[in-house]
Design a binder for this molecule. Structure first.
Ligand code: ATR
Length: 288
């Protein structure tokens, strides 16, 4: 029997709409790497056996992405965490060594910062408003609290404010969160004096008519960053554009976290022409 191909993949539930296989299988093909990237839709009760299986000498799996809802749940299965993953307490990349040791990384936070850099947005002394307090905010907020170009302020609004409180309380044990304030109404975000508005909620996902923010709160000095990319232009981004704001959907974050994931697994950065090809495919994939 032929040996199974070197395997990478994404663990989550659900994962069937993930664009990560498109990204990584393109990279493997372009580089002639005999590996395959698969979907691993797992129920929570299946996680222990799956991660135990990774420790077997004959396992063909050498790396994983982890997505919703398991970025925190997989941490006990790791042998070690990168310094950033340890601060965020969130893992979206697993590297499995030849001797079957598991190291957890987080590339969501660094991926977000890489995209902000591409957008030429410098966080130094900026006023930032965030909608949502889930896993994406956890990674983004960790980055924004640790970045040397320290923002002036970060305000967070979440539908369930207790979740925002719990998130910031947790992060505050491992970093300086004194610039973060939780507000209990969208008005109190003071978007009118902000430089950056980030939506990490799923409002607008596959729904071109939903938004938490009205046109009257948006303005031309704002970068509006919606982590949603299906549809590529959410109602929030449409309204923001109409008000003259700069806008971005979440495809850049998806792309950069993926490129950083690949780097962790392959130990090499992809050549620029392949990166460009992958980025174009993602744009098309998100519109499909
Ligand atoms: P992710 O990892 O993508 O951040 P998540 O951890 O499930 O996903 O977080 C989803 C976020 O979207 C949460 O902040 C959630 O708010 P609650 O904490 O109140 O549940 C937010 N969210 C989802 N649906 C929402 C809605 N209809 N209105 C407002 N916020 C919503």
């Amino acid at each position: 029997m032929s040996k199974e191909a070197i395997t990478y993949g994404i663990v989550g539930y659900p994962v069937k709409h993930s664009l990560s296989p498109l990204m990584h299988n393109t990279a493997f093909t372009e580089l002639d790497i005999p590996a395959v990237y698969k979907l691993f839709p797992l129920k929570e009760e299946e996680l222990p056996a799956f991660f135990e299986g990774l420790r077997k000498k004959d396992s063909s799996i050498f790396g994983l992405n982890v997505t919703v809802p398991y970025k925190e749940a997989v941490i006990p299965f790791m042998d070690s965490l990168s310094p950033f993953a340890k601060r965020a307490m969130s893992v979206n990349v697993v590297v499995i060594s030849e001797d079957r040791k598991l190291t957890g990384y987080n590339t969501d936070g660094p991926g977000f910062l890489a995209h902000l850099a591409e957008l030429q947005f410098n966080t130094c002394d900026k006023r930032i408003a965030i909608l949502g307090a889930g896993g994406t905010t956890r990674a983004i907020l960790t980055s924004l609290c640790l970045i040397p170009e320290r923002p002036e302020s970060i305000k967070i609004y979440n539908r369930t404010s207790e979740k925002a409180e719990a998130l910031v309380k947790d992060l505050s044990q491992r970093m300086d969160t004194s610039l973060v304030e939780i507000v209990t109404s969208i008005d109190d975000l003071n978007i009118e004096i902000c430089d950056l508005l980030i939506n990490t909620t799923s409002v607008g996902l596959n729904d071109p008519d939903s938004t938490l923010i009205g046109a009257e709160q948006l303005h031309s000095n704002l970068l509006v960053y919606d982590v949603v990319y299906e549809p590529p232009e959410t109602k929030l981004l449409k309204l923001a554009k109409e008000q003259g704001a700069k806008t971005s959907n979440g495809l850049g974050l998806l792309f950069y976290q993926g490129m950083l994931s690949f780097h962790h697994w392959a130990g090499q950065e992809l050549p620029n022409d392949i990166k460009k090809k992958i980025r174009d495919l993602l744009e098309k994939g998100a519109k499909a």
